[in-house]
Design a protein around this ligand. Structure first.
Ligand code: NAP
Length: 310
């Protein structure tokens, strides 16, 4: 059966698009992907999503998004899209050998924070390890935290964290930052921030019960290791938009983020829309992703109307 709309991705953007398209009677099919619920499912408390004054756990919030979209008829499948063909209309989407077609597609595949690749980092994600200072900084009032990275994100996260933390140490693998001069200057002037140069994190110490209590640092030059105490570790080594599926079919910027038209969510292919972090490297918040998911749904609905009239 040809669908009016297929949504790829199930974070705040995808599930908001699902809610809106479902309420518009478009009977959306949602492929949730390998991380159903998206990046919020690897955070714990979410305190900045409006409407939850007491905060809510990330996975629970996403479950509520899904329940709300399903209530109006969105079909959410825990399947991962493996291939697409946007050159013919209706558009084709594959899940392994199964083919699905739709008149419009909403891409909400998000972005993935780059990680160091340590087991302990994976294990303690949401329990002292974070990739979002805006989301989790508040939990580190008067604590010691480490920020990893040397780009603008690391500078921004470190500066932001000084609103809460008593001490912020930036761990960088070289002896020079790649961040812009102005952001480096701001960091260097901040008395609460210090830098550990030429170092990488070999291990994050802690447990899910008690959180993080330190890291093992390695000096990249002489390979000496030492323990550094801290209460939290913020990864700021970049994000990667999840666009592997789309190859060169859709316009993207130098960092790989999909380009959408000014003021709406249309991509360069008519009928294909993109929302959330896959097209936003600036705000990256659940609420902004949800907002752009709503925009995509309305854009798709309007596009489908034009098909009817032709
Ligand atoms: P980025 O510029 O790619 O910087 C990533 C940093 O992480 C680099 O310093 C890199 O080290 C380090 N790194 C990467 N992989 C690592 C690993 N495995 N282990 C240890 N360190 C690692 O990423 P970003 O800072 O997220 O910035 C992305 C883009 O967004 C940039 O264009 C940036 O200007 C922009 N941005 C702008 C603002 C702003 O203007 N307000 C804020 C945030 C981001 P090396 O330097 O050694 O490669």
């Amino acid at each position: 059966m040809n669908r009016k709309v297929i949504i790829i991705g199930s974070g705040p953007a995808g599930l908001t698009a699902a809610l809106y398209t479902a309420r518009a009677n478009l009977n959306p099919l949602v492929f949730e992907g390998n991380q159903p619920g998206g990046q919020l499912t690897i955070t714990t408390d979410v305190e900045n999503y409006p409407g939850f004054p007491e905060g809510i756990m990330g996975p629970e919030l996403m479950e509520q998004f899904r329940t709300q979209a399903s209530r109006f008829g969105a079909e959410c499948h825990f399947k991962h899209v493996t291939k697409v063909d946007f050159n013919t209309h209706p558009f084709k989407v594959w899940v392994a050998d199964e083919i699905f077609t739709a008149d419009s597609i909403i891409i909400a595949t998000g972005a993935t924070a780059k990680m160091l690749g340590l087991e302990s980092e994976k294990e303690l994600m949401g329990y002292g390890v974070s990739a979002c200072a805006t989301c989790d900084g508040f939990f580190y009032k008067d604590k010691k935290v480490i920020v990893v990275g040397g780009g603008d994100s690391a500078m921004e996260e470190a500066s932001y964290l000084t609103k809460f933390a008593s001490e912020v140490k930036i761990v960088h693998r070289r002896e020079e930052f790649r961040a812009s001069k102005i952001m480096v200057e701001r960091v260097m002037k901040n008395e609460r921030i210090s830098v550990i140069w030429n170092s990488s994190i070999k291990e994050i110490l802690g447990s899910k019960d008690k959180g993080v209590h330190g890291v093992i640092l390695e000096d990249v030059q002489n390979k000496n290791t030492k323990e550094e105490k801290c209460d939290g570790v913020f990864m700021a080594i970049g994000h990667k938009p999840n666009t592997d599926l789309f190859g060169d079919i859709l316009d993207s910027d130098a960092a790989g983020y999909l380009i959408t038209k000014e003021g709406n969510t249309a991509t360069n292919i008519e009928g294909i829309f993109a929302c959330g972090d896959v097209q936003d490297h600036v705000y990256r918040q659940a609420v902004t992703a949800a907002g752009s998911g709503c925009m995509s749904a309305i854009d798709a609905e309007r596009y489908l109307e034009t098909l009817k009239n032709n």
